[in-house]
Design a protein around this ligand. Structure first.
Ligand SMILES: [Zn+2]
Ligand SMILES: [Zn+2]
Length: 420
């Protein structure tokens, strides 16, 4: 369903914004959604809004930072779509949206068991299968089952299919390879996709899930999840004449991120979602997503280097808001100062500079995408000072938002009568 869209005319400032960095970008922010008065509490002025749940990247909690790992919610009216569920995302999800179910009993306000604050989640999307994007997936499966996520029917979980081969061994690793069962006789599976990962998570937590079902009335998780894989080399709509990557040979970035047209992965009455491959070094498949709504379009880059063979630019054409990952250029320089090929730190250095986009490059990428608003997220390290992230503005003429957990960004016009 191609959704009609209107150009984003802005954005309104509804709430008191925190921090000097946020004040710089006040015209387009709605404020932090958590706690009292957040847009998620039902007082939002935009029909469509992005809620940043987690805004750091990598697998480390950075000292001095309370950012959760990568996760976003797109709210369109009373429907919600989740993109990635990194470490800490479910806590942020509850902070942003769970208003509880309170009653007055014997003169005292008390919380009744659980609220169904996730009953408007329409789908969950994973850009790729790294832990900083799915570390809270088991938690989400657990809390969501009682928080209503499948009240409307099976919940679509849309994520990468199996890669089918290991990455090249750049680090000289000699340890065991973990296998996720077998895809068939003699076919070990060291790179499972979203479906097998989900099956194995249910198995790993079987005691808990079975207890919850029999003791507490949890629903049948095997029936309320509708896992759909994308990115199978056999099914991606490759450009004409392109040969899908052959698992038997070494891949180059031409295999993992060839130039391609966006393809549809989900549609309902509120959104149309399309995807392209992006360049996350050896990580295949790794996707960027675009959500078209009646209020405007949002693009989420996922994890990527700056050169996506033009894919991100095609995906973002005409979009209003681009959420893009970023890594601090100064941190890269300081961390890998003097590192040369052959040094132990070389593989990590290669990954960092190839698989991610630095503060030096991200503004230029956003400018080439032609978006009005760039939201920096997946900020690595999470404790990078805001002043260094502002480097992104140097090559980007639009509006720059430095992401923080629970920050909300309106898309489209505010609702009639709302304060702007
Ligand atoms: Zn990441
Ligand atoms: Zn990643």
């Amino acid at each position: 369903m191609p959704c009609p869209r209107t150009k984003n005319s802005g954005v309104c400032r509804r709430a008191l914004l925190r921090g000097a960095g946020a004040l710089l970008f006040a015209p387009l922010l709605l404020g932090r959604g958590g706690g009292k008065g957040g847009a998620a509490s039902g007082t939002a002025v935009h029909n469509t809004r992005l809620v940043l749940l987690g805004t750091t990247g990598g697998m480390t909690w950075w000292p001095g930072s309370d950012r959760a790992s990568a996760s976003q919610a797109l709210v369109v009216g009373d429907a919600m779509y989740l993109v990635d569920l990194g470490f800490g995302a479910t806590r942020r999800l509850a902070e942003a949206f769970n208003r509880g179910h309170f009653v007055t009993y014997k003169g005292q306000r008390t919380q009744l068991e659980l609220s169904t604050f996730l009953n408007n989640v329409r789908a969950v999307f994973f850009t790729h299968l790294h832990m900083d994007h799915l570390g809270d997936y088991p938690t989400f499966l657990e809390i969501g089952a009682r928080a209503g996520y499948a009240e409307r029917g099976p919940l679509p979980i849309i994520g990468p299919g199996p890669r089918g081969r290991l990455e090249e061994n750049h680090s000289g690793y000699t340890g065991a390879i973990i296998e996720a069962g077998c895809a068939g006789p003699g076919q070990p599976t060291p790179t499972p996709g979203t479906a097998r990962m989900t099956d194995l998570l249910l198995q790993a937590f079987a005691q808990n899930f079975n207890d919850c079902a029999r003791d507490e009335g949890y629903p049948d998780l095997t029936k309320i999840l509708d896992v759909r894989e994308i990115g199978d080399p056999a099914t991606i709509p490759w450009p004409t004449g392109f040969t899908p990557p052959d698992p038997a040979r070494a891949w180059t970035r031409d295999d993992t991120c060839p130039a391609m047209e966006p393809f549809e992965i989900f549609t309902d009455d509120r959104v149309r979602v399309t995807a392209v491959l992006v360049d996350h070094y050896q990580v295949y498949p790794s996707f960027a997503f675009r959500f078209d709504t009646e209020d405007g379009a949002l693009v989420i880059s996922g994890d990527t280097g700056p050169d996506t063979s033009g894919n991100l630019q095609k995906l973002a054409r005409g979009a209003d808001v681009l959420v893009h990952e970023v890594i601090d250029e100064l941190w890269i320089e300081a961390t890998f100062r003097g590192v040369k090929e052959g040094d132990p730190a070389w593989p990590l250095y290669k990954h960092v500079i190839s698989a991610h986009t630095s503060t030096k490059d991200v503004g230029e990428v956003a400018a080439s995408c032609g978006v009005e608003t760039l939201v920096l997220s997946h900020i690595a390290p999470g404790n990078t000072p805001t002043s260094r992230l502002r480097l992104a503005q140097r090559n980007f003429p639009g509006r720059l938002v430095i992401g923080q957990d629970l920050l909300e960004v309106g898309i489209g016009k505010p609702r009639r009568g709302a304060r702007g």
